[in-house]
Every structure is written in C-alpha cells, then in structure tokens.
Design a protein around this ligand. Structure first.
Ligand code: FAD
Ligand code: NAI
Length: 328
C-alpha cells in the first residue's frame, strides 16, 4: 500500500488540496496546530454568539471558484451577504453602495471549512516543527517531539513565514517563501445590548487606526440577540501596536470606532481581541503554488496568489493538480 500524503494546515488552501487529492483516490492525513479547521477563515464561539474574527466575506472572480461557491450554496454552508456599505475617508463617512457580489459562510464563516473537511483524517493541536526526507519517504516531527510518517508526499499549506520554517530541506522553495512578507492584523469584536443607531453594516476606512468594520449580526444566519461588530485595524497600526495588551487594543479600537460613527458609544457588554500575526501578504504574486515534484514537496497558500480566500482555494487546488500530474 502506498504511504498517504501529509497536508500541513487546514485553512482553505490545505482543505482544497486535500479534497482534490481525495477525490482522485489518494489517501491524505491532515495536521493543524489549532483546535479546529479554517485557519484565517475560522470563527470564534463566544457568549455573544459566533464571531468572524478573520476573513469577513469573499468574492469569486475565477470561474472555477465561482463553481465551487455555487456548490457550497447548494450544500447550505454559504449565502450572499448584501451589507449596507459605507466608506470613510479623512474622517468623512458616506454610504458607498456597489454591485459586487459578496459571500459568507453560514451560520458562521467556519461552516465552509467544516463542510470541506467532511470525513478527512485530521490531527489537531499538532504543530509541525520539522519536515524531512528519509531514503524513500517523508517524515514529520511535531512540537512535542512525536514523529509522524512515512508519507509519500507533503503539502505545506501555511502562511509564508511558517512555511519557510518547514522548508529547510529544500532551500530553493525556502528562499521563495522567505521573500514573502506578511502583515499582521489586530481584530476586535464588540457586542452591544442595544443596537447602535446606524444603518451601517460594513465600512471601508482610510486614514484611521481601523481599515474595516462589519456588523457581524447583519450576515445571514447569525443567531444572536446582541448587536455584534468586528473591527479590523490597518496593517500599519497593527504593526506599530503589535505588542500592545489585548485590553489596550480593545480600548483604542473602540475609541476609533466611536470616532468613525461620530457618536457617544456605550461600553460594550462583551469584547474580545485577536492578533493575527500573519494576516495578509505584502504585494501580490502569480505563483499559484510552489513545488519540487521530484522530491514530492508542494507549497500552497493565499500568499502564492491574491492573499484572499479565493487565492487560497485556487492555490491549494493548483498544488493538488501538480502532484497528480507528476503521478501520471
Ligand atoms: P490559513 O488560513 O492561515 O491556514 C493555515 C493553517 O495552518 C492554520 O489553520 C494554522 O493553524 C495552521 N498552521 C500554521 N503553522 C502550522 C504548523 N507549524 N503546524 C501545523 N499547522 C500549522 N480574505 C478575503 O477573501 N476576504 C476578506 O474579507 C478577508 N479578510 C481577512 C481578515 C483578516 C483579519 C485576516 C487575517 C484574513 C482575511 N482574509 C480575507 C484572508 C483570508 O482569510 C486568507 O486569504 C485565507 O483564509 C488563507 O487561507 P490559507 O489556507 O492560505 O491559510
Ligand atoms: P472587495 O472587492 O469587496 O474589496 C476590495 C477593495 O476594494 C476593498 O479593500 C476596498 O478598498 C475597495 N472597495 C470595495 N468595495 C468598496 C465600496 N463599496 N466602497 C469603497 N471601497 C470599496 O473584496 P476582495 O477583492 O475580495 O477583497 C477582500 C477584502 O479582504 C479586502 O477588503 C481586503 O482588504 C480584505 N482583507 C483583509 C485582510 C486583513 O488582514 N485585514 C487580509 C486579506 C484581505
């Protein structure tokens, strides 16, 4: 029996690769350091309901991804979100409606990862620290010193800096990944017992510590009786305040939010801060995925393309396509 394929990372890229390989009849084994799937497109369960702290919505521009989104809609885990959009520039807030179709997971963003995962075998709370090749096969080591393997091939589906750390045995791929910088994002969720007096459901923001806010509750299927909001700090503010305490981040971004709406804002009845260290790649690339097919090592993730959900999905599929092409 051939050894399975190891897939490190259960974000959209890793799950897309896993699905494509499984559909081609190959056996896969997934690993993730977190306690569940989805990576940057996961949701946080809280006393104020589920909150989308990472990816807020996604657009579909590539035909293949458009088809995938339709399948998710049919499966009941994705719906269109049509927020009342605003834009804030130099402190001037104005409605900013547009025609763009935007999608969200229902009843929460992480529903998509759950759907993709299906019955695929996965080991959570398992941070891989080393990927190395024996005479014939690949082996992994985790942070607790446990070994995993043998594997016929390995797909690394992690943010670029985390991928770089696992690519020591293939310097050419390590150098490519090391050249991709990723910016952090501080994310804060706030819940209010009484709804804030605004029609806003999403806002693109310039010239502020914030670059985006969304009324999480306005997304379809969200089951909460509180007015829940997710605020994202800009890349530069997040970088400058990377080591600020969670409490201080909540206070500052809550203040920036009050300034944005130009109102006296009540204190939230619930708040939460999350720091995404590797949130978005700086600059875009057209790599699709990276590979050393002779060695059997593949690398994918949003940073190989657009730094968006669509880019991550396309990249994972491209890694699987390259792997399958090499087997033919
Ligand atoms: P990830 O989702 O990062 O998956 C990597 C996985 O690997 C994670 O689950 C992680 O736990 C795991 N991992 C890391 N290191 C290890 C290790 N050593 N061993 C084992 N597991 C490991 N995109 C949009 O299209 N629209 C948006 O509105 C949007 N908003 C965003 C807002 C924020 C705050 C953030 C952070 C991202 C946003 N994005 C958005 C980007 C989108 O979330 C990503 O492009 C996409 O989810 C990336 O998927 P991925 O599979 O490439 O990586
Ligand atoms: P999109 O087409 O809705 O937005 C792309 C960009 O166009 C926006 O960032 C915004 O600047 C502008 N824009 C779009 N509609 C607008 C409107 N009605 N009024 C004013 N400006 C508008 O979605 P796409 O291309 O799928 O991008 C995904 C989103 O995810 C982007 O907003 C991006 O910034 C965000 N993102 C955030 C990350 C983070 O870490 N905070 C990481 C990756 C993506």
């Amino acid at each position: 029996m051939t050894a399975p394929i190891a897939i490190i990372g259960t974000g959209i890229a890793g799950l897309a690769a896993a699905q494509a390989l499984q559909q081609a009849g190959l056996s896969v084994q997934l690993f993730d350091k977190s306690r569940g799937p989805g990576g940057r497109m996961s949701s946080k369960r809280s006393e104020a309901g589920s909150l989308d702290m990472g990816a807020q919505y996604f657009t579909a521009r590539d035909r293949r991804f458009v088809n995938q989104v339709q399948q998710w809609v049919t499966a009941g885990c994705v719906e269109q979100w049509t927020p009342q959009l605003y834009n804030s520039n130099a402190g001037v807030l104005s409605p900013s409606p547009d025609e763009q179709v935007r999608w969200v997971g229902t009843p929460r963003m992480s529903a998509i990862a759950r759907q993709m995962l299906g019955e695929l075998p996965v080991e959570y709370s398992c941070r891989i620290t080393e990927v190395f090749r024996g005479t014939q096969h690949w082996h992994l080591q985790d942070a607790e010193g446990r070994g995993h393997g043998p594997f016929s091939q390995v797909v690394i589906a992690l943010p670029a800096p985390q991928a770089t750390a696992l690519l020591a045995t293939v310097p050419k791929l390590a150098a490519a990944a090391a050249g991709v910088q990723m910016d952090p994002t501080w994310a804060v969720a706030l819940a209010f017992d009484a709804p804030l007096q605004t029609a806003m459901q999403g806002c693109f923001i310039q010239d502020s510590p914030l670059d985006w806010v969304a009324r999480d509750r306005s997304k379809p299927g969200r089951d909460t009786n509180r007015d829940t909001w997710v605020l994202h700090a800009s890349a530069s503010w997040s970088r400058q305040h990377i080591d600020l305490s969670r409490e201080a981040v909540i206070e500052r971004l809550h203040g920036a939010f009050a300034e944005l709406l130009d109102c006296v804002m009540p204190p939230p009845s619930f708040s939460l801060a999350h720091r995404w260290l590797y949130a978005r790649p700086v600059g875009g690339r057209e790599w699709s995925s990276l590979a050393d097919a002779d060695l059997g090592l593949y690398v994918c993730g949003d940073w190989c393309l657009s730094g968006r959900v669509e880019g991550a999905w396309l990249s994972g599929n491209d890694a699987a396509r390259k792997l399958l092409a090499h087997l033919e």
